[in-house]
Ligand binder design. Structure first.
Ligand SMILES: Nc1ncnc2c1ncn2[C@@H]1O[C@H](COP(=O)(O)OP(=O)(O)O)[C@@H](O)[C@H]1O
Ligand SMILES: [Mg+2]
Length: 261
C-alpha cells in the first residue's frame, strides 16, 4: 500500500449568509477521499459545486467547517510549505524577472542564492524557458507565463500540488502542450496532484482517477479509474480509443447531453 499524501475526511464547508436573514451556503458536504503518493486525481463538477473551495481547504487557506484535511498524516490548519497551489491566473510578480519569480518561494525560505539559481535554471530549462529567464512576465505569452508558474510551483518541491483550472484561459493547442509538460513533469517527479478542470478530455488524459462532483452542496458522486497506459504522456493518451467511452460516461454523469433539447 502506498503512503497517503492528501486526505479529506468528512469535510463540509459552510459559508455564513452574506446578508442578514439570508441562507448560509453549504459549498461541499461530507467529502471523503484520499490521494496516495504519486497519484494524479482530477475533479470535475458543475460551476459553483465547491471545487475551488475544496482546493482552498487543501491548501490551508480556508478552514473546513466540519471534518479534517490531512497532508502526510498531519492536519492542515494553515498554508504550509508541503502544498503548492497553481491557479488559472499565473500570479507572477510583474516587477520580477521570470527567474526571480521562480526563486521567490525559495527566497522566502532562506535558500542561499547559488542553490536558488541552480533550482530555477534547471526548472526553467525543463519548462523550455531557458531563453527567457531574464524577461519579465509581460514579455511572455500566456502559455509561457503558465509554464513559468508551473516552474515556480515545483521550485519549492511540495509534497502535493493543487491545480485550479490552470490552463482554462489558454487556447486549445497551447493547452495541449501545457498538459504534456505537466503530465511529464508529474511523472518525472512522482508528485501527487489534485487537479480541477472543466475539460473532460484534459481530466482523463492527465489522471489516474477522475472524481465527479454533484451540484452544490458538492459531493463526490462517482470515481472513474482511468485505465489507459502511460499517464505521463497525455498526448498519446488522448489518441487512445478508450477516451471516447470515458468522455461519454462523464457527459452522462454531468447531465451534459440532457441539456440539449
Ligand atoms: N468566501 C465565500 N463566501 C461565501 N460564499 C462562497 C465563498 N467562496 C465560495 N462561495 C460559494 O460556495 C460555492 C462554491 O464555490 P466554488 O468553490 O468557487 O465553486 P467552483 O470552484 O466549483 O465553481 C458557490 O456557491 C460560491 O458562491
Ligand atoms: Mg472554481
Amino acid at each position: 500500500m502506498k503512503k497517503i499524501r492528501l486526505e479529506f475526511r468528512n469535510v463540509t464547508k459552510r459559508f455564513p449568509a452574506q446578508r442578514k436573514g439570508g441562507e448560509p451556503t453549504i459549498a461541499v458536504e461530507r467529502l471523503n477521499f484520499a490521494l496516495a503518493d504519486g497519484e494524479v486525481v482530477s475533479i470535475i463538477g458543475p460551476s459553483g459545486c465547491g471545487k475551488s473551495t475544496l482546493l482552498n481547504m487543501g491548501s490551508g487557506l480556508d478552514p473546513a467547517s466540519l471534518g479534517e484535511v490531512f497532508v502526510d498524516g498531519e492536519k492542515v490548519v494553515k498554508p504550509n510549505e508541503h502544498v503548492a497551489f497553481m491557479l488559472q491566473k499565473d500570479l507572477l510578480l510583474p516587477w520580477r524577472s521570470i527567474r526571480e519569480n521562480v526563486e521567490f518561494g525559495l527566497e522566502i525560505r532562506g535558500v542561499p542564492s547559488r542553490e536558488r539559481e541552480a533550482i530555477s535554471l534547471r526548472l526553467l530549462k525543463r519548462c523550455r524557458l531557458v531563453d527567457f529567464v531574464d524577461h519579465y512576465p509581460h514579455q511572455l505569452s500566456g502559455g509561457m507565463r503558465q509554464r513559468a508558474a508551473l516552474a515556480r510551483t515545483l521550485a519549492v518541491d511540495p509534497a502535493v500540488l493543487l491545480l485550479d483550472e490552470p490552463f482554462s484561459a489558454l487556447d486549445a493547442q497551447t493547452k495541449m502542450i501545457l498538459q504534456q509538460d505537466l503530465g511529464q513533469m508529474l511523472g518525472e517527479t512522482g508528485k501527487t496532484a489534485l487537479f480541477v478542470t472543466h475539460d473532460l478530455v484534459e481530466a482523463i488524459a492527465l489522471s489516474d482517477r477522475v472524481l465527479v462532483m454533484s451540484q452544490r452542496p458538492g459531493r463526490i458522486v462517482k470515481e472513474l479509474i482511468i485505465d489507459i497506459p502511460d499517464r505521463p504522456n497525455p498526448m498519446e493518451r488522448r489518441k487512445s480509443e478508450k477516451i471516447g467511452p470515458y468522455v461519454a460516461e462523464l457527459m452522462s454523469l454531468l447531465h451534459i447531453d440532457e441539456a440539449i433539447v
